[in-house]
Write a protein that binds this ligand. Structure first.
Ligand SMILES: Nc1nc2c(ncn2[C@@H]2O[C@@H]3COP(=O)(O)O[C@H]4[C@@H](O)[C@H](n5cnc6c(=O)[nH]c(N)nc65)O[C@@H]4COP(=O)(O)O[C@H]3[C@H]2O)c(=O)[nH]1
Length: 763
């Protein structure tokens, strides 16, 4: 299109300039003609400008129409009633109508129920106020195909003259955005429900410490309402502070998490209104963006007060269990397990330091008698007191342990010389000289100790223990109440003991037992008034073995039962043989009963049966039982004694004075004889106490009408003393050692004739 402005007609402009110049000098009427020509040219030029402007306007209008029609954004013009007076193609497409037909359409009729009314209200407001408004409406009725529109409504301030006022509306299709928004909302709801479902408080904190999200538990704990969290700082909302926490009671994990990008665990201490302390474990983990950038911190809080309490209780329980597993519950001393551990430790240490370790094996003397006669509670009290005594005597680093029963061990570590152990052993033995205070009565319980040394006597626990044990037995053999160092010959003895135990099982079948008989002498006349049958074991390798070496073994293995039966049968047979040869016709043969026998409810019947087998009246036999066994079950003992007496069998107490029963009690049980233990007889010459005891026993025994026999009489002085005190019968090497049957027979024939059976008529 030609543009006059850009390309002004040079002919007309030149002509106009020439005419204007001419006009300057022209006179009328030529000047008037010039004026007219100039005016004409100017009109022509103006006309051309007008044409140009009109053309421009038309071009612009065309451009606008194109832009309007083909704009990707939907435009429409609506009347106040929502009637479409104009719309572009995008709007027609969006509304799903042909543009020509869509004109005059009421937009409200195409909208979701309720939205048409909203549109009309909005149009009314915009027309009235001139203020722009935006609303969101649903287009189309069926829910499935509904589209969501965002309408921006602006009043058209230049309506065509005479036309009703209209609004220009831009329609945005926000269906996808709405769907995405709904999805996000659903997701958000889901996530909120998930974290609300977590019982512990969870808080999401931004890098600026602002609360981004809280779960229900966190809201309840802090009192922050769901809508009120935005803008609140975590320290303000949770701790009521105006700056991030920095107290040692509330260490804040946020800076560390933000700096390190890894999870951090801290523990908060909270003082409750009731004065109690609450412990909160706070785990801060980084909140990461899609690119791995840290957006904040996710803090989860957990009240671990109960957990800590429980853990502490469990730890305490564990310690208790550990202690229980390693300690003896009665005395609190280390048990066998801990003892082994300590001994190993002491040996390792001594090995490094070139030192020695002493292992003391301590056994209470005659403890079993106490336990059996005074009861286990008394025994327990003594064990506890003994443990305390021992513990106070050793150094802190040393160990006193209880292996079980009345067996204790003491580990003395870091000794330069083994003999130092003797000092402690001595002190320990001395510590037992003091009486134990039990049930308001003093009880004397001594101890025997065996000592073995590391590395001299062994480099292994078992060896050291075995050797200390052997040494302890040696101490017992030496009269108890003393200690003994281990020597190599003890091993040989211990070995022999093991061999004995094995051989003992076969001894009966191989007829290796024999009975020796020791006479009981009436002191006044020298007559034999009875004899005691004492068993011996004719061992093929060790020779004649004393009962002291195998009876305990037989008792512990149960072999004592057949052995006991053998003794009764053999003694009865012997008695019958002597009676047939008119020897010892009125004197009883005393046999020793074991503890097992005493505890056998059929004891009397068994003895009667054995005598029956032999064909001899049981009344010729008498039995010795120990006070200890009687006291271990007095009721059964009383029954047994009664039944034995019914058979004419006298019952004597063997070791009277070593137990803790009263003589009167024994008398009530039907006991007819007591034997003064040879330990008292042995001390008669030098120990005034022994003399007093023997004197008292004799007097009491006589007063109660009991047969009193002194055992182990070796010297004439002892015999004289006993006789002077009123003891009528004695037994001992002074008169004869226990003899094989044939020799006893010779002795009996050579000696004075046998007197009447004294046990039948006591006194
Ligand atoms: N030092 C010394 N000792 C003297 C003297 N006179 C006698 N003896 C010993 O004293 C012990 C007395 O027997 P016990 O007290 O009944 O003590 C007995 C008894 O408790 C037990 N015993 C012996 N034979 C049997 C048996 O057939 N059955 C059971 N169950 N035990 C028996 O073995 C223990 C020891 O018996 P033995 O070694 O024969 O020892 C015997 C005897 O040899 C003396 O003057 N001086």
């Amino acid at each position: 299109m030609p543009s006059f402005r850009n390309q002004p007609d040079p002919v007309l402009t030149d002509l106009l300039a020439a005419l204007r110049r001419e006009r300057v000098d022209a006179a009328d009427p030529e000047r008037l003609v010039l004026e007219l020509q100039i005016h004409q040219i100017e009109l022509e030029l103006q006309n051309r400008e007008l044409l140009e402007a009109r053309q421009l306007l038309e071009d612009a209008r065309d451009d606008y129409v194109d832009l309007y029609d083909f704009a990707p954004v939907a435009y429409a013009t609506l009347t106040g009633e929502g009637r479409i007076t104009r719309m572009n193609l995008a709007a027609a497409a969006l509304l799903g109508v042909e543009r020509a037909r869509g004109l005059e359409l009421f937009l409200g009729t195409r909208l979701a129920p309720g939205d048409g009314r909203n549109l009309l209200s909005s149009l009314g407001r915009v027309l009235a106020s001139g203020e722009q408004e935006s609303i969101e409406v649903g287009l189309g009725r069926p829910t499935a195909n509904r589209r969501n529109l965002h309408l921006m409504i602006r009043r058209d301030d230049r309506p065509a003259t005479g036309e009703a006022p209209t609004c220009r509306v831009i329609l945005f299709d926000i269906t996808e955005i709405t769907r995405a928004r709904a999805e996000i909302a659903a997701q958000r709801h889901f996530l909120q429900s998930v974290i609300d479902g977590i019982g512990d408080p969870v808080v999401v904190i931004g890098t600026d410490y602002r609360l981004l999200l809280m779960n229900r538990a966190a809201r309840l704990a802090t009192g922050v309402p769901p809508e009120g969290r935005c803008g609140l700082s975590c320290y303000g909302a949770i701790h009521g502070r105006d700056a991030p926490c920095d107290s040692p009671e509330h260490p804040c994990p946020v800076p560390q998490v933000l700096a390190g990008g890894t999870a951090v665990k801290v523990v908060h201490r909270k003082r409750c209104a009731n004065g109690q302390t609450q412990w909160i474990e706070v785990i801060g983990a980084p909140l990461l963006g899609p690119g791995g950038e840290i957006l904040g911190v996710v803090e989860s809080l957990r009240d671990i007060t109960e957990h800590l309490d429980l853990t502490a209780r469990l730890q305490e329980r564990e310690l208790q269990l550990e202690h229980l597993a390693q300690h003896d519950p009665l005395t609190g001393l280390p048990n066998r397990l801990l003892f082994a551990d300590r001994l190993h430790q002491a040996m390792r240490h001594a090995h490094r330091e070139q030192r020695k370790v002493a292992l003391l094996f301590l056994d209470l003397d005659r403890f079993k008698a106490i336990n059996d006669s005074l009861g286990h509670p008394t025994g327990d009290l003594i064990l506890q007191q003994a443990a305390r005594r021992m513990s106070t005597l050793v150094r802190e680093g040393d160990t006193v342990a209880r292996l079980g029963g009345d067996e204790f061990t003491v580990i003395l570590g870091g000794l330069t010389q083994g003999s130092d152990a003797g000092l402690i052993a001595n002190k320990l033995v001395a510590a037992f000289q003091e009486p134990f205070a039990v049930a308001d009565r003093p009880l004397y319980v001594t101890a025997s100790i065996g000592v073995s040394l590391y590395p001299d006597d062994g480099i292994e626990l078992d060896t050291l223990l075995r050797n200390a044990d052997s040494a302890m037995y040696r101490a017992k053999d030496q009269g108890r109440d003393t200690f003994c160092f281990y020597t190599e010959d003890m091993t040989a003895q211990a070995l022999a003991q093991v061999t004995l135990a094995t051989d003992l099982r076969l001894a009966l079948a191989r007829a290796q037992f024999v009975l020796h008989y020791q006479p009981q002498i009436e002191l006044a006349t020298g007559l034999i008034v009875g004899c005691e049958a004492l068993i011996r074991w004719q061992h093929p390798e060790f020779g004649l073995v004393e009962p002291g070496r195998f009876i305990p073994l037989a008792e512990s293995t149960g072999l004592i039962v057949p052995i006991g039966a053998w003794v009764v049968r053999t003694a009865a047979t012997q008695m019958k043989a002597w009676q047939e040869r008119a020897l010892l016709t009125d004197a009883a043969v005393w046999v020793n009963l074991s503890g097992r026998d005493t505890q056998d409810p059929n004891l009397a019947a068994t003895i009667a049966g054995l005598c029956g087998e032999v064909g001899v009246h049981p009344g010729g036999l008498a039995v010795e039982i120990t006070e200890t066994w009687i006291m271990s079950n007095p009721d059964l003992a009383a029954t047994n004694i009664r039944r034995l007496q019914a058979l004419g069998i006298a019952v004597g107490i063997d070791d009277f004075g070593t137990g803790y029963s009263s003589l009167a009690a024994l008398k009530r049980l039907g006991v007819s004889e007591i034997k003064i233990d040879r330990s008292f007889v042995a001390g008669l010459a030098q120990d005034p106490d022994d003399r007093a005891i023997a004197r008292a026993m004799i007097a009491l025994g006589r007063a109660l009408g009991l047969r009193v026999v002194a055992e182990g009489v070796e010297t004439q002085a002892q015999a004289d003393f006993l006789q002077a005190e009123g003891c009528r019968i004695a037994q001992g090497y002074l008169f004869s050692r226990p003899l094989p049957a044939e020799q006893f027979e010779v002795y009996a024939r050579d000696a004075a004739p046998v007197k009447e059976n004294i046990h039948a008529q006591p006194r």
